[in-house]
Design a protein around this ligand. Structure first.
Ligand SMILES: C[S@@+](CC[C@H](N)C(=O)[O-])C[C@H]1O[C@@H](n2cnc3c(N)ncnc32)[C@H](O)[C@@H]1O
Length: 213
């Protein structure tokens, strides 16, 4: 049991493992993904086909809509989903992630608004969609990593305020965190629309629609 927990903890930090294996992962790099090029700093989440790719394939966005990409990382979701007439706001708590998103927006000629924010704290206005490829533990302002019902609930409340009625939150999370997220999203109609594995860990995609008042 203890060994399984240790293995899982290690697998949940794939960057640390990759950095140990090869100096390649300690350097900034350009990663090609789905017809785009992405500049990725060390410790910024790179485009992974079995994770970001799976999430991308689960999402259906209507044209001409307003979207928030929470935990934007290198900006991969927004850049791959962007179509003319759509407006994207990208937020992350990590300054390195925001640098990558800004560089990638310029590199791929995609107009993105990029804001530093803890979850949706610094986001204003109303949106049609919120996207969140959520890590198993979320980063806090103090630099620690945590996941709990109160954090999920805080995010659910923010998402409810920021979405228009009928607006949709697409959430990618671990199977382990799914029940906590579902409980936190009690003011939404929640459906599980996808299941996959990343580094052997089961993940799901939730589609949470804001109910009419
Ligand atoms: C799994 S990565 C997803 C990156 C990108 N969206 C993708 O799909 O390729 C999760 C991202 O969430 C960000 N994050 C973690 N905690 C956060 C928080 N409290 N507020 C905002 N972003 C956070 C991390 O910095 C990281 O960039």
């Amino acid at each position: 049991m203890k060994l399984t927990c240790t293995i899982h903890k290690t697998l949940l930090s794939p960057f640390l493992v990759l950095e140990r294996i090869s100096p390649f992962f300690k350097r900034p790099k350009i990663v090609p993904f789905r017809g785009h090029s992405f500049f990725v700093l060390p410790r910024v989440f790179p485009p992974l086909s079995h994770q970001t790719g799976f999430f991308l394939d689960s999402i259906a966005l209507k044209q001409g809509t307003r979207v928030v990409d929470v935990g934007c990382g290198a900006g991969v979701l927004s850049i791959c989903l962007f179509k003319k007439g759509m407006r994207f706001v990208c937020v992350d708590i990590s300054p390195d992630a925001l640098t990558c998103t800004r560089v990638n927006a310029a590199l791929n000629r995609v107009p993105l608004r990029v804001i530093k924010s803890n979850l949706l704290e610094s986001v204003h206005g109303r949106f049609d969609y919120i996207l969140f490829n959520s890590p198993p533990k979320l980063l806090t302002q103090k630099g620690t990593k945590q996941f709990s019902f109160s954090i999920a609930r805080q995010f659910a409340k923010q998402a409810h305020t920021r979405l228009k009625t009928g607006g949709v939150l697409y959430l990618y999370c671990t199977q382990e965190n799914k029940s906590v997220w579902k409980k936190a999203l009690s003011h939404f109609d929640v459906q599980t629309i996808g299941r996959t594995r990343s580094f052997t860990i089961p993940f799901v995609v939730l589609r949470a629609t804001k109910k009419a008042p």
